[in-house]
Design a protein around this ligand. Structure first.
Ligand SMILES: Nc1ncnc2c1ncn2[C@@H]1O[C@H](COP(=O)(O)OP(=O)(O)O)[C@@H](O)[C@H]1O
Ligand SMILES: [Mg+2]
Length: 341
């Protein structure tokens, strides 16, 4: 691959230091994705510059004007700490006609909205849980067609923020309480979805014209008693002690029959196209005991830490970390023509 000038852009978790020096941060676990991408790109021979941003786009605009790179490697997931503003970074890059990696602004918008994405998937006859949305500030009434149990989530969040065991409601009062909690404590609109009993499945897909789906992974809840909901809550994802206590582990769903794996890959590729994703994405799904697949959500630009779902899947699929990053760069470079259209 041609050696490139790459600007890696990431969230700085608050106003970035004036000198943009992230050496100390990069030594910590919380920055593993950013530090790994930067290190690997350098190892691959590219010239890499980095830029942390929080709430000031002029940093990015000035940087691009001063030293236009061949491509921006977009690792941002937030702007001003808000997940739904992430799409505006690629939107800005599109306006500036700068090539970048990952999902376009449009597809990030579709992925981030848990109701809008489901409406589109339903049109394509991809199974999604039945859902209802509840706008903050409006009176909460219980829809006639709502069937318990349900799970109540912020409409536009990521990484299980705002998802706990209390998100699972089996009756009206628990339901009302949780919707109110999301309105009042999180200051967000809410979505209530019928709870799909089944295996928690993760499917990683990459590509634009031609799509590649990597080996399927799952989350196991070995010590959560039967009858209790098995939910990838915030704690189930990020709290090591909690994971140990409840026997929660992530791994490969190697026991799935070939025919089921094929079917899941096909469905997720269809979902990928339906949401016009053109970078890389991970689908969070539930697989029922009769092998019906429900798409719970699409995550555009999922975390790229080498030990996270996407890179683990890619690795098992024969795409080592450097090849994965090369593929992501190439997809971004090929998009030049699309920007010019
Ligand atoms: N309709 C549903 N049925 C069953 N489990 C669900 C449903 N919606 C969410 N969950 C559980 O909650 C987790 C987080 O929900 P998700 O919509 O993926 O939010 P986030 O964007 O925060 O990851 C899922 O991975 C799954 O375990
Ligand atoms: Mg999710």
């Amino acid at each position: 691959m041609k050696k490139l000038e790459v600007l890696v852009v990431f969230d700085s978790a608050g106003t970035p230091p004036e000198n943009q020096d992230f050496t100390e941060e990069f030594k910590t676990n919380a920055w593993f994705a950013e530090s790994s991408v930067v290190k690997e790109l350098r190892r691959m021979g590219h010239t890499v510059h980095t830029l942390g941003i929080y709430d000031d786009v002029s940093l990015l605009v000035d940087n691009l004007k001063d030293k236009p790179p061949d491509i921006v490697f977009n690792l941002t997931e937030l702007f001003m700490g808000k997940a739904h503003l992430d799409k505006n970074i690629p939107a800005l890059l599109e306006l500036m006609n700068v090539r970048y990696t990952g999902c376009s602004a449009g597809s990030l918008e579709l992925c981030n909205n848990k109701a809008l994405s489901k409406k589109i998937l339903m049109y394509h006859r991809i199974m999604v849980p039945r859902f209802f949305t509840f706008k903050k500030g409006k009176k909460i009434s219980i829809p006639k067609k709502l069937r318990f149990p349900v799970i109540i989530k912020p409409l536009r969040e990521e990484a299980s923020t705002g998802i706990s065991q209390a998100s699972y409601a089996t009756n009206e009062s628990r339901f009302l309480e949780r919707v109110q909690f999301i309105h009042d404590n999180m200051n967000m609109n809410a979505i209530a979805e019928e709870y799909i009993e089944g295996r928690e499945i993760y499917v990683s897909v990459i590509g634009a014209q031609r799509l590649l789906a990597f080996p399927i992974r799952d989350m196991k809840f070995s010590k959560v008693p039967d009858g209790e909901p098995h939910i990838a809550t915030y704690k189930a994802k990020w709290d090591e002690e909690y994971r140990k206590k409840w026997g929660i582990s992530n791994g490969f769903a190697d026991d799935l029959p070939n025919s089921v794996t094929k079917q899941i890959h096909r469905t997720c590729k269809r979902a990928y196209r339906a949401l016009s994703i053109d970078g890389y994405a991970r689908f969070d799904c539930r697989l029922t005991d009769t092998d019906k697949l429900y798409v719970i959500e699409a995550n555009g630009n999922p975390d790229l830490a080498p030990d996270d779902e996407f890179a683990e899947s890619a690795q098992r699929g024969g795409c080592s970390y450097d090849r994965l990053l090369a593929r992501i760069l190439n997809l971004g470079l090929e998009r030049e023509d699309i920007i010019m259209l």
